[in-house]
Ligand binder design. Structure first.
Ligand code: AHR
Length: 369
């Protein structure tokens, strides 16, 4: 057991570096690469540090917008002495399925005992799972909160029981940040802003643009932040968001809401869907209405899962902002550091890029999810 713990400790020597490499812009990545290179040159260089440098270099390339699959390679520590409880949101999307796989396979690689629960999109179920983990006295709890609010009580119970918590993928709005050790996941506001940047370029010459928005789960961090980021950028009065409604991050939800949008609005220029699945549902509704997705109505989505990328390659989606679900290896690294009593950064931002049609065609053969 102590061997295993010390393995986790050795690997986390490089953790600060690899986590720092997870910034979301090229400058930060370049700066990190330089720092990592300097560290590798020092006499105390370890295999883990060398791996970190490679990951940082990969990060720089990924933020150029040319590389498929931009999550840095992460050394997975030996956590076989531990039990981690993971409370997942559900299985609403291709993204979620890939995220679950990433966490389960990284846990297997780490040798950790993973107690995995699926809340089927319900916050009450997630709260119950977390209480169950506390009763079972797991060593660490990780979870992706369904919605942002309402976590203080249960996180307080975990803290009281001395069980560290890591947030993955989605944030909570708790003022008391001592309720969790770190938050690993995307910058959803930035994703919305990237979507808005594309709209500004794509419709630069248009006089008026009618936009409909398929929002994610109401009250969830990605729905709130992607809406905010988009509006930060799409400020010209020629842009009119004529309708905005949740499609619950599902294909079925996206299809249903898009059908209603099409009936109520004879003219739609652009669909902004908060994930690929809802965009794919919208494609079905648009085709059923006798229109051509990607041409008669442009489609912009977030995620870049395989089916979304295929639709982009086929010209049915016009642009995708990546949101990487491959959080498993970094989660195991952070868990290792926390369990080893090390200080971890409060926030670890996932490295992500964007894809147009040409880039999707190039990336598809190697796409992992
Ligand atoms: O929290 C991440 C979001 O949740 C993904 O963008 C979406 O597909 C998922 O359901």
């Amino acid at each position: 057991m102590s061997n295993k713990k010390s393995t986790a400790g050795a690997i986390t020597i490089a953790l600060a570096l690899i986590l720092a490499a997870c910034g979301s812009d090229a400058d930060k990545a370049a700066e990190t690469t330089a720092k990592a290179a300097a560290t590798t040159a020092a006499p105390a260089t370890t295999a883990a540090a060398a791996a970190t440098t490679a990951a940082a270099t990969e990060t720089t390339a990924a933020t150029d917008g040319t590389t498929a699959g931009s999550t840095p390679a992460a050394e997975i520590p030996d956590l076989s002495a531990y039990t981690i409880g993971f409370a997942q949101v559900g299985a609403e999307s291709g993204w979620r399925t890939a995220n679950t796989k990433s966490i389960q396979s990284a846990a297997e690689d780490a040798g950790v005992k993973l107690v995995f629960t699926d809340a089927q999109g319900k916050q009450e179920a997630q709260v119950e799972s977390i209480r169950g983990f506390i009763e079972q006295k797991v060593d660490l709890i990780a979870f992706s909160p369904v919605v942002e609010t309402g976590w203080d009580a249960v996180l307080g119970e975990a803290k009281e029981a001395g069980i560290p918590v890591i947030l993955t993928d989605r944030a909570v709005d708790s003022k008391d940040t001592s309720l969790y050790k770190t938050f690993l996941g995307s910058d959803f506001v930035l994703e919305g802003e990237k979507a808005g940047d594309w709209v500004n370029t794509e419709f630069a010459d248009a006089d008026s643009v009618k936009i409909v928005e398929l929002q994610g789960t109401t009250g969830s961090a990605p729905a709130l932040d992607r809406a905010e980021g988009f509006r930060n950028k799409v400020t010209d009065p020629k842009f009119d968001i004529i309708a905005s409604q949740t499609g619950e991050f599902t294909r079925e939800g996206g299809k249903k809401v898009m059908e209603a949008f099409l009936q109520a609005n004879p003219e739609i220029d652009l669909v902004y869907a908060h994930n690929d699945d809802m965009g794919l549902g919208a494609i079905e509704a648009i085709e059923a209405a006798g229109l051509v997705p990607g041409e008669d109505i442009k489609i912009l989505t977030v995620d870049a899962v395989h089916d979304g990328m295929q639709a982009l390659a086929d010209g049915k989606i016009n642009f995708i902002v990546e949101c990487s679900p491959l959080l498993g290896p970094q989660l195991m690294q952070l868990a290792g550091a926390v369990l080893n009593g090390e200080t971890v950064p409060e926030r670890v931002v996932t490295v992500e890029t964007t894809f147009d049609q040409e880039q999707a065609i190039a990336a598809l053969p190697d796409r992992q999810y």
